[in-house]
Design a protein around this ligand. Structure first.
Ligand SMILES: Cc1ncc(COP(=O)(O)O)c(C=O)c1O
Length: 391
C-alpha cells in the first residue's frame, strides 16, 4: 500500500463500513515477523497476532510463496472437483492431528467450524440439546452463538436458538448431574482454555472426567480448539497435554497463518455416518486457503516451532515471578491477572509500541504471541509491563 498520508484512512472506513468494531486509533500498513508498522512508520511488537491468528508472525515467506504460486495456477474452484492443494492440506492436517482423527471437513472460519460440529452432534446422536460452559465463547452465527455464554451477545437472538444449557467450567460433577437429569443432550462443547474468559484453566483430571461422562451418557464431546489448536500451546491439540480425545476438534484462526479457514476434525466412525450434502460450503477448501494451510502446517512442522511455545510461557513466568501478576494459560495463549484494570494497561502498552489485548475479565489481559517470538522479546515485554503497572 502506498503511504498516502493525505488520505484519512480512518475516516474512509468509518464512512463506508458498518460501525461494529471498537478499533485502535491507528492505521497499520504492513507487518514483518512479530512487528507491525503504522502509517507514520512507527514500529509495534505484536503480541496479539490479529486476535490469535498470526501464529508465524506477519507475512511468513513460505505462506506468501504458496499463495503466490497457487494464485497463478487456479485461485478457486468449488468442491465439485478434486484439486491437489486441498488434498495436500487435508493430508498434512490429519498427519499432524492427534491419532484417531482421520478426516477433516474444511470451512471458512471458527464460528462455521463450531456450527458444523454442532450439526454433527445433532445428526450422529439424533438428540437436540447442546451443553456448553459458563464463560465459554464459540462464535457469532446462530448455533455457535447459542453456546456462547455472553448474555449481551446471545440473549437478543434467543428466540432463534436451539436448546442449550450451561454448566460451570472445570466442574465435572456438575456436568454429570446435568446429564443424569436430561436425556436429550447431543453434545458438550468446551474451549479447553477459556480464552476470552481470562484464559481460565481447569485441572487436568477435569478433561479426562468429562471424556468418561460423555461416553457414559452417549454425548458427543466437542473441543473448540480455535485458539488452543495448531501448536499454540506446545502440542498440535490441547487434548494431547491431558491424555484424552474428544470426538470432534474444531480449528480456525492460526490454521493458515492469516488466510481465512476453518476445519472440523473427526474420526472415521463419525465421518462414516455422513453422506453427500450433509455439510458443505462454496468457499470451503478453496485452493488459496488450502495452499496457505499446507504451507503453515509445513513451516510449523519442519522448523519444530511447537517446541518453542512452552519456552515463551516459561520465560514470562520467570520474568514475572516476583511481581503481583498471575500468569495463566499455556504456551502462546496467555492470560495475565493484574493488580489493576487491564484496559488501562493495554492502552498504555499500545502507546509504548506493544500490541496486547484485554479479556471479558476486567483485571485479566491476554497475549497470543506468534510461536516464533524470541524469548528476549518476552523478557523486554515483561519489563515494560512491570514498569506500566508500577506507574
Ligand atoms: C474459542 C473461539 N471459538 C470460536 C471463535 C469464532 O471464530 P471466528 O471469529 O473465526 O468465527 C472464536 C473467535 O474469537 C474463539 O475465540
Amino acid at each position: 500500500m502506498t503511504n498516502n498520508i493525505n488520505i484519512d484512512w480512518k475516516a474512509l472506513e468509518d464512512q463506508y463500513e458498518a460501525a461494529t468494531y471498537a478499533r485502535y486509533p491507528v492505521v497499520f500498513t504492513h507487518g514483518e515477523g512479530i512487528y507491525l508498522f503504522d502509517i507514520d512508520g512507527k514500529k509495534y511488537t505484536d503480541l496479539y497476532g490479529g486476535h490469535c491468528v498470526s501464529i508465524l508472525g506477519h507475512s511468513p515467506q513460505r505462506v506468501i510463496d504458496a499463495i503466490h504460486e497457487q494464485s497463478k495456477q487456479l485461485m478457486f474452484y468449488s468442491n465439485v472437483i478434486y484439486h491437489p492443494s486441498r488434498g495436500k492440506a487435508a493430508r498434512k492436517l490429519i498427519e499432524m492431528a492427534p491419532e484417531g482423527f482421520d478426516k477433516v471437513f474444511f470451512c471458512n472460519s471458527g464460528t462455521e467450524a463450531n456450527e458444523n460440529a454442532i450439526k454433527l452432534a445433532w445428526k450422529i446422536t439424533g438428540k437436540t440439546r447442546i451443553v456448553s460452559t459458563i464463560g465459554g465463547w464459540h462464535g457469532r452465527t446462530l448455533a455457535s452463538l447459542s453456546v456462547t455464554h455472553s448474555e449481551k451477545l446471545r440473549l437478543p437472538y434467543r428466540f432463534a436458538m436451539p436448546d442449550v444449557s450451561f454448566v460451570p467450567f472445570g466442574n465435572a460433577s456438575a456436568l454429570r448431574e446435568f446429564l443424569s437429569m436430561n436425556t436429550d443432550v447431543a453434545g458438550f462443547i468446551i474451549e479447553p482454555i477459556q480464552s476470552i474468559n481470562g484464559c481460565n484453566m481447569a485441572e487436568d483430571a477435569y478433561y479426562q472426567d468429562v471424556r468418561a461422562i460423555c461416553d457414559e451418557y452417549g454425548v458427543l464431546l466437542i473441543f473448540d480448539e480455535i485458539q488452543t489448536g495448531v501448536g499454540r500451546t506446545g502440542t498440535f491439540s490441547f487434548c494431547e497435554h491431558v491424555n484424552m480425545k474428544p470426538d470432534i476438534i474444531t480449528l480456525a484462526k492460526s490454521l493458515a497463518a492469516g488466510f481465512p479457514i476453518g476445519a472440523v476434525l473427526m474420526p472415521d466412525r463419525i465421518a462414516g455416518q455422513l453422506s453427500n450434502g450433509d455439510l458443505g460450503s462454496t468457499f470451503a477448501g478453496g485452493m488459496l486457503a488450502s495452499a496457505a494451510c499446507e504451507a503453515t502446517l509445513e513451516e510449523i512442522d519442519v522448523k519444530n516451532h511447537m517446541a518453542h511455545a512452552p519456552l515463551v510461557f516459561n520465560t514470562l513466568l520467570e520474568a514475572l515471578k516476583d511481581t503481583p501478576i498471575e500468569i495463566r494459560g499455556r504456551g502462546c495463549l496467555i492470560g495475565l491477572k493484574l493488580p489493576v484494570e487491564a484496559k488501562t494497561v493495554v492502552r498504555e502498552l499500545f502507546h509504548r509500541g506493544w500490541i496486547t489485548g484485554t479479556s471479558d475479565v476486567a483485571d485479566v489481559m491476554r497475549i497470543m504471541p506468534p510461536i516464533i517470538t524470541p524469548t528476549q522479546t518476552i523478557e523486554e515485554f515483561a519489563k515494560e509491563l512491570i514498569d506500566v503497572i508500577s506507574k
